[in-house]
Design a binder for this molecule. Structure first.
Ligand SMILES: *Cc1c(COP(=O)(O)O)cnc(C)c1O
Length: 391
């Protein structure tokens, strides 16, 4: 971070005064505990015994042989408790909330994975939990809605606009304004400072583990690390510990939906411009009149018009390459991994996999790609079946 709350020109905190007071308090608590031994001991205890870390770094040998090029390793965040990387961050934030004496948490959710992780952690720590979710996503992700409700959360379907993540964020933010004593558990590396750095801190465990694991297995660093980018939390976690290793190519994959040259995509950095969205300065998709554009992806978790400010910075300084994959490429990647390895990946993660499938055949057999498999695909089975039927 170059200046308080900024990554180069990006980030900051563009919020009402009442919220700024809370963000300052959150920043103080975060700075106090991020290096506190007792706090870290508790965080790592829950990562290990509750979430099931560390997650394996798995050599996908059948897929590798099929593609005939670089060795493909999968960082298995899909094996984290509740089926995605989201819990890493939620546990960290809930433990901060506990230190602040909070008894109620609010969260937004897209695919429902962050809502499920927050509902679980709130249940575990005896906090009330309200989750805001776009009505369209409630329909697409019914299973996750039931899971949240079973764990005691109230799920609010938001009907405004495209009824997806952007509107859920607005509604959750409004709920926070109405109850400033609640703790806002933010699900991605987005929003006003200090959230992007908090989420980075609690997701960097992914690359702390994968870096050691690949050194143990191969005796060297990978040639490339690939992750999908919605808001950017799994990607920043997957990249974090390699950022200063210049030999490692880092690739973020956005959702191209029907194609980046159509109206229906969510390729924020490929097609967006710089502006203010959800309290931060970053790349986002805007209409000509300056309002936030409606976005689309088959994947509810990538269906967001902005991106975390650290990614905007890493794009501008060229350290990370950002590309995109279409719905169709992601579905084909999902099916290929299912058939080759018996692993059904989340449709979000399948965007990263699609990029690995494009690149691996052109790389040599002694090169190594790590794909961050951010989640498992159980939640997507019904919508994939629909997609294939309606093609
Ligand atoms: C939420 C989610 C994403 C997208 O969010 P990021 O913050 O960009 O990581 C990706 N994959 C899965 C499985 C998710 O649940």
């Amino acid at each position: 971070m170059t200046q308080k709350g900024f990554y180069g020109d990006f980030g900051g905190s563009f919020v009402p005064k009442e919220i700024q007071t809370l963000l300052n308090e959150l920043e103080d608590i975060f700075e106090k505990y991020r290096k506190d031994d007792e706090f870290l001991k508790e965080y790592h205890y829950y990562l290990t015994d509750y979430a099931g870390r560390e997650t394996p770094l798995y050599f996908a040998e059948s897929l590798t042989n099929y593609l005939g090029g670089a060795k493909i390793y999968l960082k298995r965040e899909d094996l984290n408790h509740l089926g995605s990387h989201k819990l890493n961050n939620v546990l960290g934030q809930i433990l901060l909330a506990k230190r602040m004496g909070k008894t109620r948490v609010i969260a937004e959710t897209g695919a429902g994975q962050h809502g499920v992780a927050t509902a679980a952690a709130a249940a575990k720590f005896g906090m009330a939990c309200d989750v805001y979710m776009g009505a369209e996503d409630v329909k697409r992700q019914r299973l996750n809605v039931f899971r949240m409700e079973m764990m005691g959360a109230r799920v609010h379907a938001v009907e405004a606009g495209t009824a997806t993540l952007k509107e859920a964020v607005d509604a959750a933010f409004a709920a926070w304004m109405a109850d400033l004593d609640a703790f806002y558990v933010l699900g991605s590396a987005v929003g006003p400072h200090p959230y992007p750095s908090i989420v980075h801190e609690f997701q960097k465990i992914i690359s702390e583990e994968s870096r050691q694991q690949i050194l143990d297995k191969e005796g060297r660093l990978p040639d490339a690390v690939i992750a999908c980018v919605g808001g950017g939390s799994n990607a920043i976690g997957a990249f974090s510990e390699y950022i200063t290793d210049n030999s490692v190519t880092l690739i973020g994959v956005e959702a191209a939906g029907h194609g980046v040259d159509t109206e229906k995509h969510a390729a924020t950095m490929t097609k967006g411009s710089v502006g203010i969205i959800d309290g931060m300065k970053t790349f986002a998709l805007f209409e000509k009149d300056g309002s936030v554009a409606p976005v689309y992806s088959i994947s509810a978790g990538l269906d967001y018009p902005g991106v975390g400010p650290e990614h905007a910075f890493l794009k501008e300084n060229g350290r990370v390459e950002y590309v995109s994959a279409t719905d169709d490429e992601a579905v084909q990647a999902l099916l290929l991994l299912s058939k080759m390895e018996g692993i059904i990946p989340a449709i979000e993660s399948s965007h990263a996999l699609a990029e690995a499938i494009k690149r691996a055949p052109y790389m040599s057999k002694d090169q190594i790609i790590i794909v961050n498999l951010s989640g498992r695909g159980d939640k997507d089975v019904a919508s994939i079946a629909d997609y294939l039927e309606n093609k």
